[in-house]
Design a protein around this ligand. Structure first.
Ligand code: TRP
Length: 340
């Protein structure tokens, strides 16, 4: 019998990224960040604040800097544990840009032109659309492939980019020899979709023009209560989560997530009561639920040196993994090693 000595268990690796643009809202938390936190139990995780992706649309300099650090604090406050996971800023690891360039050389114009997000974001203006916006998915492929990620948790809208990443990785492996792990997208379940407060037909979106349409994770309690008070409702007066009442269904879903009650129990609790009662309670519920998280963000914000240390350490650990991948990539492509 062949003895297996000390098989070292390698946990599957996760990579995901989030852009420091726009305010993170409860839909982002419930749909993404909460799962990122959970995945730390079962995976080796890298989580990246993707500032280079953010600049594919014009950002105000100071706002970008502030949003990058704030997003890192939000992730830490939400439970991303820098002892267990690698949390870092994309631009701190130059290998992302470097690998993106090399992958550009094997990516087809037609592949990028077909990306739905590109068509939506850049679609109209053929001549003046930024090249960065066009090339965005290749940078994303570099993010993922640098770390040999097995699983990539993303929203629906990013699935196509992860599929392109697989195609690029397979092409590279075929043409230059096995180099990259082929990643799997992990799409979060649809059921958890939180809809906009001013139009329940749309997903809650951080790029929405109207701040009244979303509840930002850092909205102060009075703002949360006001947004919920002003949320659109359906005709009628009863609190019911039924298909003919999409606005109430969404509000009941938010209640359910924060209170842990089933939608039926919520309907029962508010039987005979009106929208105003329900909305007042919901405003209090969400504001109270976010309070401890917001306190933690405030503590982290008060200690910028602490955040800097965490990000320095994260970049250092990420870079060590990325450097190994880049060495292999350069060798496969035939780039002469830098003489020592
Ligand atoms: N494009 C992603 C988004 O907007 C963010 C992102 C950048 C990402 N690089 C990534 C997600 C790598 C997963 C893996 O949501």
């Amino acid at each position: 019998m062949i003895s297996q000595c000390n098989p070292v268990e390698r946990r599957p690796r996760v990579f995901s990224g989030v852009q420091p643009s726009g305010a993170l809202h409860i839909g982002n938390y419930l749909g993404a960040i909460r799962h990122w936190v959970q995945m730390q139990e079962t995976h080796d995780c890298l989580y990246c604040v993707v500032d280079l992706h953010a600049i594919t649309v014009r950002q105000e300099r100071k706002a970008l800097t502030a949003a990058t650090l704030q997003l890192a604090n939000i992730l830490l406050a939400a439970g991303i544990d820098p002892e267990r996971s690698i949390l870092f800023v994309q631009s701190h690891v130059p290998a992302h840009s470097e690998l993106a360039w090399i992958l550009n050389t094997i990516t087809y114009f037609g592949e990028l032109r077909r990306m739905t997000q590109f068509k939506e974001k850049g679609g109209g203006e053929q001549e003046s659309v930024g090249v960065g916006l066009f090339d965005y998915p290749v940078l994303m492929a570099a993010d993922i492939l640098l770390y040999g990620a097995d699983h990539v948790p993303v929203g629906d809208d990013q699935k196509q980019h992860v599929e392109l990443t697989r195609d690029i990785a397979q092409r590279f492996n075929r043409e230059f020899g096995k180099t990259f792990v082929i990643p799997e997208p992990v799409i979060r379940e649809e059921g958890r979709r939180i809809m906009s407060l001013d139009n329940p037909a749309n997903k809650m979106s951080k790029s929405a023009a109207s701040p009244g349409s979303y509840i930002a994770l850092l909205d102060p309690p009075d703002v949360i209560r006001r947004k919920i008070r002003r949320a659109v409702t359906d005709s009628g007066t009863e609190i019911r989560a039924t298909p003919d009442k999409p606005a109430l269904t969404n509000l009941v879903a938010i209640h359910s997530i924060f209170s842990g009650l089933s939608p039926e129990a919520i309907e029962e609790r508010y039987a005979g009561k009106g929208y105003a009662d329900f909305k007042r309670d919901l405003g209090d519920l969400v504001a109270d639920a976010l309070a401890p998280f917001q306190r933690k963000v405030a503590e982290l914000t008060a200690d910028p040196a602490g955040t800097r240390n965490i990000l320095r350490e994260g970049a250092c650990r990420a870079e060590a993994i990325a450097a190994r991948t880049m060495e292999r990539v350069r060798e496969r492509v035939g780039l002469v090693p830098r003489p020592v």
